[in-house]
Write a protein that binds this ligand. Sequence first.
Ligand SMILES: Cc1cc2nc3c(=O)[nH]c(=O)nc-3n(C[C@H](O)[C@H](O)[C@H](O)COP(=O)(O)OP(=O)(O)OC[C@H]3O[C@@H](n4cnc5c(N)ncnc54)[C@H](O)[C@@H]3O)c2cc1C
Length: 292
Amino acid sequence: MSPYELLRPASLDEALELIAAPDFAGRPVSGSTAISLMRRAGVLNVDSLVSLEGLRASLNRIQVGDDGQARVDALATLGEMERHAALMRSHPVLAQVFVTLANPRVRNVAMIGGYLSHGDPHMDLPPVLSALDARVTARSVRGSREIPVDQLYQGYYETALAADELVTGLFIPRQPGCAYYKKVTTRARHDWPTLGIAAAFDMTGDRIGRARLFIGAATDRPKRLEQTEALVEGQPWSEALARKAAEAAVAEAPLVADNHGSMEYKQALLRAYLPEVFEQAMKTARPATRQA
Ligand SMILES: Cc1cc2nc3c(=O)[nH]c(=O)nc-3n(C[C@H](O)[C@H](O)[C@H](O)COP(=O)(O)OP(=O)(O)OC[C@H]3O[C@@H](n4cnc5c(N)ncnc54)[C@H](O)[C@@H]3O)c2cc1C
């Protein structure tokens, strides 16, 4: 590993100034779980790292409103989210994801801002947060903007963040009545997914309402399956609809082969697991208007 300078700003403004400097050729660092592996593997060489650790006290709040909407500061760790009882009650699909996301050591160190900025297409939360219509706040010396999570990823390890922007927070709307995430792995259950499928929707009587369906891991970034959403919306679930939805998903999903498996293998996984995602999501059904 090449040597680097570790900069420790004491405030968010100072951190933003540091990464906006014209001669800055480094990276911000949150929990360092991803960046340290990339440096060790020699795929990331930088001359400086801007540690956000010193800002944690002022940027690690997790708040859940009476309306079921949640705001999470960027420097909250995944473990702090997982242990936040109100957040796990308002967004139980996140509780389901955390159980198999990496391991407690990683979750206790990785921070949601660093996690979402990483851009590894295999990550579990991006398709789930996309299905929930979540958005991040990105700050720079130029100001602040919101980026929907489903527009944050632009390719393999490529995000919509500018070099001088930091993710400072995450907003998650109320979780719809039904939501589920299926992590398909080829090794241990907490391993990186080969395919991730996330669905969120409300039911109107026995019919599926507005649905958001995303896949991850088997594509170069989380992908929305809009044709499949349109096919199921307004329909009662049935075996025939399950078969049609699975075929529609396979037809529209831009699956890619990698060391987790061939494209054909991932097609077979998507065909097999898509119905389960809708069926399990319906089992999680709870009142659409009010959170517990
Ligand atoms: C053993 C292991 C297993 C894992 N398994 C899984 C898994 O099953 N599922 C899964 O989803 N993930 C998994 N991960 C990924 C893990 O979740 C990420 O490594 C982690 O979330 C990154 O967060 P961090 O805070 O450590 O980011 P860092 O390593 O600090 O940073 C990651 C990237 O984000 C940038 N960055 C950091 N903070 C900010 C910010 N606030 N604004 C803008 N850019 C920023 C950094 O410059 C860097 O490019 C695993 C990781 C490990 C090490």
